[in-house]
Design a protein around this ligand. Structure first.
Ligand SMILES: *Cc1c(COP(=O)(O)O)cnc(C)c1O
Length: 377
């Protein structure tokens, strides 16, 4: 039974009843046969959800989205390397700093808040340097901007540069075709569109990126090292127990359930991840219609607006007190995040299981509309 307010922020998000039932259990051993089976299935299903090639390596470790970002950076970058960061906001700033902390050089192609750098600018930056990897945030949670991941992955490939996408606010909600697009790392965390509580860092890594790790002069910190984790993932996929560092067993069991729900999704004539992409699209369309009906504007360029969240400007004369007026109506939304303008907008998450719950979506639309009307009166 669900209690309390609807959680409509860009993560953590509402999760399904089956997911709650799966993690709400006494902690199982990491070598218990049902955990081994769940882990193995989850790793296989990640490749399906990521639309990844068969030889790509899925990793699931205890941690947050930031840990997943750190793991990607630590295994690909070292002193003397250069990286190109396609910067669309808060989380692009974060990954740029991580790369610099590894002693690597960062060249950034930045956009104004709410915009994305043009592909021409990215191309000339790639033409003008020797880069190890291109990093981009698929959906920047601070602005609601979605980049053209397909085109960025193609540009990186043309330049023989690895491509790494932070999908923390996108994976399983926004179209991403790891194999067809030739991307090298697509990472996320459990509490966003995958539909679990916080606590797991998830990524799928190409063989090219795995090979890059093998070339590093010095290994990355052990707890992030692909080389330490890959045999563990391999063992679970083969149905064998293995230990390097204790997995978050309750969450692994829930991950198996969440990914299976995702693969079993049907919507119109679509199934699986295609159905999820379509659901997020139609949910976002419906949300945006509501915002425009009540005279609200997005922070980002409409053509770049993500399907997983809306970053919405406060209307004239309205401030962050709108958030508590929305909460009084039973829905929790989030404040702004981008350092240059966080007092000017708020964010509504619409990803994961709620895209299957019209009642939750309508309640959110109603709560925001009513709170805005009241604030204006
Ligand atoms: C939420 C988010 C992160 C950070 O995830 P944490 O689990 O909070 O560390 C990173 N990148 C993006 C795009 C996000 O939305």
């Amino acid at each position: 039974m669900r209690m309390g307010k609807l959680l409509m922020i860009p993560g953590p998000v509402e999760v399904s009843e089956a997911v709650i039932a799966a993690f709400a259990a006494p902690p199982p051993s990491h070598v218990a046969p049902p955990v081994i089976a769940a882990f193995g299935r989850a790793l296989d299903n990640m490749r399906r959800v990521w639309l990844a090639p068969k030889d790509a390596v899925p990793f699931v470790i205890a941690g947050s989205g930031t840990i997943a970002m750190e793991m990607a950076v630590a295994n690909l970058m070292q002193e003397g390397d250069a990286a190109l960061v396609v910067n669309t906001g808060y989380f692009s700033d974060r990954i740029a700093e991580m790369i610099e902390r590894r002693g690597a050089r960062v060249v950034q192609v930045k956009a104004d808040v709410g915009d994305a750098p043009s592909l021409d600018r990215v191309k000339s930056a790639l033409d003008g340097g020797e880069f190890r990897a291109l990093f981009a945030t698929h959906v920047d949670t601070s602005t609601g901007v979605r980049v053209d991941a397909r085109a960025l992955a193609a540009l990186a490939q043309e330049h023989a540069v690895l491509s790494v996408f932070d999908g923390v606010c996108a994976t399983a909600g926004e179209r991403f075709e790891m194999q067809a697009w030739g991307a090298d790392v697509y990472l996320t965390a459990s509490q966003k569109a995958i539909g679990l509580p916080p606590g797991l860092a998830l990524m799928v890594v190409s063989q090219r990126a795995i090979a890059r790790r093998a070339e590093l002069k010095a290994p990355p910190p052990m707890s992030f090292d692909f080389t330490c984790w890959q045999p563990i993932m391999q063992a679970y996929q083969e149905g064998r127990p293995s230990y390097f560092s204790t997995p978050a067993t309750n969450l692994i069991v829930a991950l198996d359930v969440a990914l299976q729900e995702l693969i079993d999704t049907r919507h119109d004539d679509k199934s699986g991840i295609e159905a999820r992409f379509a659901l997020h699209q139609s949910c976002a369309d419906s949300m945006r219609r509501t915002w425009s009906e009540v005279g609200l504007e997005l922070l980002c360029k409409p053509a770049l607006a993500a399907n997983t969240l809306s970053a919405i400007r406060y209307p004239e004369g309205v401030d962050a007190s709108l958030l508590s007026a929305i909460a009084e109506r039973g829905v929790i939304v989030a404040g702004g995040l981008h350092p240059t303008c966080k007092a000017e907008y708020f964010r509504v998450g619409h990803m994961g299981d709620v895209t299957l719950r019209p009642d939750a979506l309508e309640k959110t639309q109603q709560a925001v509309s009513d709170a805005v009307a009241q604030a204006r009166s």
